[in-house]
Design a protein around this ligand. Structure first.
Ligand code: FAS
Ligand code: PHB
Length: 389
């Protein structure tokens, strides 16, 4: 056997699984189709649940996060000028950490390099074999040459557009999907945040999110029609729309500047079951996608990694397969709860084209209840900071 675990995908879930396994003495090989620079250029998640923060520290990659990250006690949820503060720390005893996925991924690459882990970049033609045998294999092309690696297990950490999910026969897979009729246009701008904590803003004109990366780098989003492209959105148009959608008291403090990154992400909810097929285990976006409204995408990938890591160690050390046999159901239980929260936040905060006045009233009443009910705020807080692993 060439290695114990082949990990397909060098994004956050693949790298974190490799890091945890390597630190436990397990040999891995990571296969990534892009260059490291391309992976690190992606601007994605910005909020880490407290369980994610702890796991990154346990993996030995928390030092830079603890120096540069911003612990946040709460966030604001608004309906036009009604601003509701949900104090996560007061309601749950936990915070969240503002620390970009790009930084997490960079920290993981640095740590994997320090361990001397084998990470093949720019691989292509990845195929997975013999999943029902004691020893499986992964074939791929690297520098124009065909390669084959034998292994005990394969972790499919290759995201929504990867090959792992398709390695499970279509008639053995069941998928669930909700595609939302809008996307998020996101920008990065080297300007001070409009608010000390995040603002999830619902307005008659649509949704906006005021997030950040540090005291002089903001990450702002506006809901846009799916038909829009980045070319439709000048900085001026972005700023005037964003200013219109956040509460007036925040808009008065807004400092605008040139965008240094601008991209549109579609919104969907997706789950593929099961997460296991023989020696293959799906992790993260390879198995599920959530709309970013609940800040769950990256964090769900991390909890999958936690469950798979906890299951692989006894299997590899003593042949105890109970954890692996239970991985799919165990991970799916938490996945579906995060799926629900992300869907609820998306329907609560976005204006849907063609919606009737009743739908707008439901959104308004939901936020008004949030303002008046500590129970409602605690329910949101428990889900936002992350349900227990
Ligand atoms: P990833 O997609 O990050 O990584 C998969 C890796 O596998 C990639 O590097 C890919 O190149 C590689 N790969 C694919 N096919 C392969 C193959 N055949 N062979 C080898 N390698 C292969 N989440 C949030 O919480 N908040 C957000 O704001 C947010 N914004 C997002 C914006 C966009 C545009 C996208 C796409 C996602 C966003 N997400 C967000 C979700 C995102 O953060 C994911 O949850 C997170 O990247 C999941 O990590 P992975 O499972 O590692 O998948
Ligand atoms: C981000 O900072 O990119 C971010 C924060 C919270 C979200 C989504 C994205 O819910």
């Amino acid at each position: 056997m060439d290695t114990q675990v082949v990990i397909i995908g060098g994004g956050p879930s693949g790298l974190l699984l490799s890091q945890l396994l390597n630190r436990a003495g397990v040999d891995t090989v990571v296969l990534e189709r892009s260059t490291r620079a391309h992976v690190l250029a992606r601007i994605r998640a910005g909020i880490l649940e407290w369980g994610t923060v702890q796991l990154l520290r346990d993996a030995g990659v928390g030092a830079r996060m603890d120096r540069k990250g911003l612990p946040h006690d709460g966030a604001y949820f608004t309906d036009s000028d009604l601003m509701v503060h949900v104090d996560f720390k007061d309601l749950t005893g936990k915070q969240v950490m503002v620390y970009g996925q790009t930084d997490v991924t960079r920290d993981l690459y640095d740590a994997q390099d320090a361990l001397g882990t084998t990470i093949h970049h720019q691989v292509s033609d990845v195929t997975i074999h013999d999943l029902d045998q004691a020893m499986s294999a992964v074939e791929f092309t690297k520098d124009g040459k065909p390669q084959r690696i034998t292994c005990a297990y394969v972790a499919g950490c290759d995201g929504f557009h990867g090959v792992s999910r398709e390695a499970i026969p279509a008639n053995k897979r069941k998928s669930f999907e909700r595609v939302y009729p809008f996307g998020w246009l996101g920008i990065l701008s080297e300007t001070p945040p409009v608010n000390d904590e995040l603002i999830y803003a619902n307005s008659d004109d649509g949704f906006a999110l005021a997030s950040m990366r540090n005291a002089n780098l903001v990450r702002y989003y506006v809901q846009v029609p799916l038909t829009d492209t980045v070319a439709d959105w000048s900085d001026e148009r972005f700023w005037s729309t964003f200013r219109k959608r956040i509460p007036v008291q925040a808009a008065a403090r807004l400092i605008t500047g040139p965008s240094i990154e601008k991209s549109i992400a579609p919104l969907r909810s997706f789950v593929s079951e099961p997460l296991r097929w023989g020696n293959l285990f799906l992790v993260g976006d390879a198995a599920h996608i959530v709309p970013p409204t609940g800040a769950k995408g990256l964090n769900l990938a991390v909890s999958d990694v936690h469950y798979l890591y906890q299951a692989l160690i006894p299997a590899l050390r003593s042949g105890d397969l109970a954890g692996l046999d239970g991985y799919s159901d165990h991970a799916l239980s938490r996945i579906w709860k995060a799926m629900r929260f992300s869907w609820q936040m998306t329907t609560m905060l976005h204006r849907f084209d063609g919606e009737d006045a009743f739908a707008a009233q439901m959104r308004r009443a939901t936020l008004s209840h949030l303002a008046q009910s500590e129970t409602a705020r605690r329910d949101l807080a428990e889900n936002y900071v992350g349900l227990p692993f």
